[in-house]
Design a protein around this ligand. Structure first.
Ligand SMILES: Cc1ncc(C[n+]2csc(CCOP(=O)(O)OP(=O)(O)O)c2C)c(N)n1
Ligand SMILES: [Mg+2]
Length: 565
């Protein structure tokens, strides 16, 4: 078996075993070995009696179990870990744990994050005569049936004869489709050693050679004729580990690149070919016109969510588009089947298209510009993000929760590829604090900067307890506008107000980290400098901002959404 995630060929998205036929391995041990084959070194969750036997096996393995404060948080943490690391896993008990995890797994499905859900359940022998065992909902399969809807593949390991194959089927689907998978182990199956020889034998995925060649010929010929081509790069470039292939394609043909919000930072945003974020009418005018005037828009790994497309204000004519992602390949109105995204990019590059070049719109990367503090000025969202922009370096991961944390962060310039994480499509509040935990485990040593609205913080902020427990030192910025600012702009009302908390005092309660409370630019500047200069401790900066304040991007979004709700 492949021992590292890197062993998965990004083009084939499958791994093949050269190991001898297995025997004498229990179902739990087989699953644990296969998780490691996919590079999983940490599993997030909370134990319970139905999953304790599996937890005991996990603890004997090299995989570290990370206990969380809530199961949905374990799901968000595993999701962020997967986005950074390639695959993640959460392990929870039956129904009370699993059903609490459902929302985060739904988000992972929607945003294509490869998370494996592992859950215990009542033993098969305990189910005889249909007893009312604790945590049961309707019948014993309720949780399985829920997750069948939320995952790309789901299984209950109730039959030892096919258990290994089922584990492989689910994990292969997770790796291939970058969507969550579900593995339920009835507790009396954990230690069962299947009495069948088994060898992992999933053939690698391959493109249909003729379809691939025809598609690449057609795409390259069109790109060569194009006068104003542009690439829109989407999140799948990151999920399928195709960043280098994308860059080789763009650099070979000198093709300008834009990205969408969910895929923000699929290439480093300081790259000379990078034009900026394209979000329909929400993007900067120069970017919107640069893309929409194009005679050949090459959408790679993109999926057209409403938010990515600026609440469908994007004006992209299919007659001028190549759309290639993991599910479809369409060149204008020609549809190709059985062509893998990575193969399509590689083969089109190999044909060395030679399009016309056009001048890129100018960008302000803030290089060398020093943020000049205006003493005594109240802090605004726009100024907060300008100051933060100045601090980002190659060693930073930025995580943004939904609300103005996300919209304001869209203007940050991310210096490295794949360093921006946000639930920018499913937009479930509360993602960021647990995601901070997951990203910290996935990439220890980097500085995680997390931006969270006060509303979202009140949902899951307690997960910082686990961050502190494990000694991580993210900088957590809480945007305190005393409520649901985004919604206030859509529909004002008392339901958008929340109880004010002293967020900066949380480190005291949690027994670790340092809290800062800021109201002015000067105070923010000082707190951020201090936070950056102090490693080894979580830094929480509570930023009081005006109830009417909002980022420019939110201004544009509110205008568009306001017309629709
Ligand atoms: C789990 C969840 N519940 C409700 C919503 C609807 N919603 C979208 S934005 C928002 C307000 C967010 O408030 P906050 O986190 O303080 O950010 P702000 O809008 O103030 O920047 C709400 C309630 C959601 N997206 N997710
Ligand atoms: Mg708020």
């Amino acid at each position: 078996m492949a021992s590292e995630l890197e062993a998965i060929d990004p083009a084939s998205q499958a791994i093949v075993s050269d190991e001898p036929v297995l025997s004498g391995v229990s179902i739990a041990d087989y699953l644990i070995r296969r998780l490691q084959d996919y590079g999983i070194g940490h599993v997030f969750g909370i134990p319970g009696d139905y999953v304790l036997a599996f937890y005991a096996q996990l603890c004997k393995s090299p995989i570290q179990v990370v206990g969380c404060t809530r199961e949905d948080n374990a799901g968000f943490a595993a999701d962020a870990y997967a986005r950074v690391h390639g695959m993640g896993a959460a392990c929870v008990t039956y129904c009370v744990g699993g059903l609490s995890l459902a929302n985060s797994i739904a988000g992972a499905y929607a945003e294509k994050s490869p998370v494996v859900v592992i859950t215990g359940s009542p033993g098969m022998r305990e189910r005889i005569n249909n007893p009312l065992l604790h945590h049961r909902v309707r019948d014993f399969r309720t949780q399985l049936e829920v997750f069948e809807k939320l995952c790309v593949a789901a299984t209950e390991l109730s039959d030892p004869l096919i258990a290994f194959r089922e584990i492989d089927r689910v994990l292969a689907a997770v790796a291939r489709y970058k969507r969550p998978g579900y593995i339920e182990i009835p507790r009396d199956m954990v230690k069962v050693v299947p009495d069948v020889p088994y060898r992992y034998a999933f053939p690698p995925l391959a493109s249909n050679a003729d379809a691939l060649s025809e598609a690449a010929d057609e795409a390259a010929a069109w790109i060569s004729r194009a006068r104003k081509p542009v690439i829109i790069a989407g999140v799948e470039i990151h999920r399928f580990n195709l960043q280098d292939r994308l860059l080789a394609f763009a650099e070979q043909a000198n093709l300008p690149i834009t990205a969408t919000l969910l895929g923000k930072s699929v290439i480093r945003e300081t790259h000379p070919l990078y034009v900026g974020l394209y979000e329909g009418a929400m993007s900067r005018d120069e970017v919107t016109s640069f893309v929409e005037e194009s005679d050949c828009v090459i959408l790679l790994g993109e999926f057209m969510t409403d938010i990515n497309m600026g609440i469908y204000t994007a004006n992209l004519d299919p007659n001028r588009c190549i759309l290639a992602n993991s599910e479809t390949l369409q060149i204008r109105h020609h549809h190709f089947h059985d062509v893998l995204l990575g193969d399509f990019i590689r083969e089109t590059t190999a044909r060395r298209p030679t399009p016309s070049r056009r001048a890129l719109p100018s960008r302000n990367l803030g290089n060398g510009q020093k943020f000049a503090v205006k003493p005594g000025e109240p802090l605004t969202i726009a100024r907060l993000f300008s100051r933060l922009n100045e601090s980002l370096d190659d060693n930073t991961v930025v995580i943004a929760d939904v609300g103005d944390a996300l919209f304001g962060a869209s203007d940050l310039v991310i210096r490295q590829k794949t360093e921006f994480i946000s639930p920018a499509y499913y937009t479930s509040m509360g993602f960021a604090a647990p995601a901070t935990l997951g990203a910290s485990f996935a990439r220890p040593g980097v500085r995680v900067v997390t931006i969270i609205g006060d509303g979202a913080f009140q949902m899951t902020g307690m997960e910082l307890s686990t961050v502190i427990r494990h000694g991580f030192d993210p900088i957590v910025i809480v945007l305190d506008n005393k409520g649901y600012g985004t919604e206030r702009f859509l529909h004002p009302g008392p339901f958008n107000d929340i109880h004010p908390w002293n967020y900066h005092k949380l480190p005291e309660l949690l027994g670790g980290g340092i809290g800062h409370e800021v109201r002015t630019e000067e105070e923010f500047d000082r707190a951020l400098t201090q936070a950056y200069n102090t490693r080894g401790q979580l830094q929480l900066i509570q930023c009081h901002i005006g109830l009417e304040d909002r980022s420019k991007a939110l201004d544009r979004l509110a205008e568009n959404l306001g017309k629709r709700v």
